[in-house]
Write a protein of this length. Structure first.
Length: 351
């Protein structure tokens, strides 16, 4: 893909990372106060992150033989699992968290993302080894069927079925509940495989108009009126809203890509954040402000959405800036950069 497309993709990842920290400000700082902006962002935030991961990951020229598969998984283990284990252990020690119990829970103190992403890579490697000789179209259908199957087992009914075979603790350790996002990872792969068609669709004004209409109709009229007794509707809307949100955000960054190049301040900033998402993700839990529940309660009761957005985003940027400073300090040592962030020594940037 062209360089400028990679630039706007990095900027989009930076934007998504900003939303992740924003959501954790709500959860850790405001003590999980439900606020309007976060209720919208949550519909597409993590789907977009996994979509971008799948989109970047796919490489049509890669040959998935045994040697390549093992080499790839080893590399991803050192980039994702090993650093996560280190930071999660330190975090559990500093904040007095029972690590074994934490590992049996789906959130894993917030460190579930990198663990789940490694699982997705592993699942895809196994999948492609089984369907390597199948035609491209049938392979795509099989991938979506696999994603839907995993989505079913990530839900309540699927997990109950699994509990007849494996224990609840094992289900928690494996992060079965987080497999629901694999469908967006697979969607990113499918978009990369069919890029010309997806690009044509996002350039079609009427198509994007329909996507926008569906998304806002849902968040304004449908979601607020769905009773809790209809989990099937929630199950469906999770996928629909995630896909609609991905298309909207991706189209926005692609259409206005000239605003997100290195020649613009927003472009440079978001791209830098986008290239350091792993560092920020692993570090930001340590620097989230605590004991701001009074502020969160004020925003929930006063309905000052604009002020809340500005203050929460400002806090998020402060946390991200702190993480980037700490990251650059740690990366001064090639050994620490490799151990903590999986950066190869030859890839160390000059300072």
């Amino acid at each position: 893909m062209e360089k400028k497309r990679i630039e706007y993709l990095d900027a989009m990842r930076g934007f998504t990372m900003l939303l992740v920290v924003y959501s954790h400000i709500q959860y850790f700082s405001y003590h999980n106060v439900s606020l309007p902006w976060n209720q919208v962002f949550i519909l597409f935030r993590m789907p977009l992150f996994f979509f971008a991961s799948g989109f970047i990951f796919y490489n049509a020229e890669r040959i998935w033989d045994k040697t390549e598969s093992i080499s790839f998984l080893k590399k991803k283990f050192m980039v994702q699992i090993a650093p996560t284990a280190i930071f999660l252990s330190i975090y559990a020690y500093m904040f007095d968290i029972n690590l074994p119990i934490c590992l049996c829970t789906p959130p894993k103190a917030g460190y579930w993302f990198t663990l789940s992403l490694f699982e997705y890579f592993f699942i895809y490697v196994v999948f492609i080894s089984l369907f390597r000789k199948v035609s491209a179209r049938n392979q795509e259908l099989a991938l979506m069927l696999c994603a839907l199957t995993l989505y079913f087992f990530s839900g309540k009914y699927g997990r109950n079925m699994l509990q007849e075979i494996i224990s609840e603790h094992t289900i928690g350790v494996l992060g079965i509940a987080q497999l629901r996002y694999f469908i967006f990872f697979a969607f990113g792969i499918l978009v990369r495989q069919n890029w010309k068609y997806f690009q044509a669709m996002t350039c079609h004004g009427k198509a994007i108009g329909c996507v926008l209409a569906l998304f806002f109709t849902d968040i304004i009229f449908i979601r607020p009126n769905i009773p809790a007794t209809l989990p099937q509707a929630q199950w469906l809307l999770f996928i629909v809203d995630g896909l609609l949100g991905i298309v909207i955000v991706f189209t926005f960054f692609r259409k206005y890509e000239s605003s997100f190049t290195k020649e613009t301040l927003p472009g440079r900033s978001l791209q830098y954040i986008g290239r350091r998402t792993l560092d920020i993700y692993l570090l930001h839990f340590f620097f989230l402000p605590r004991n701001l529940e009074e502020i969160g309660r004020f925003f929930a009761e006063s309905h000052n959405e604009v002020i809340e957005l500005c203050i929460s985003l400002s806090l998020s940027l402060i946390v991200i800036g702190t993480c980037l400073i700490i990251s650059n300090v740690l990366r001064l040592s090639p050994t620490l950069a490799y151990i903590l962030f999986g950066v190869k020594r030859k890839e160390q940037p000059s300072t």
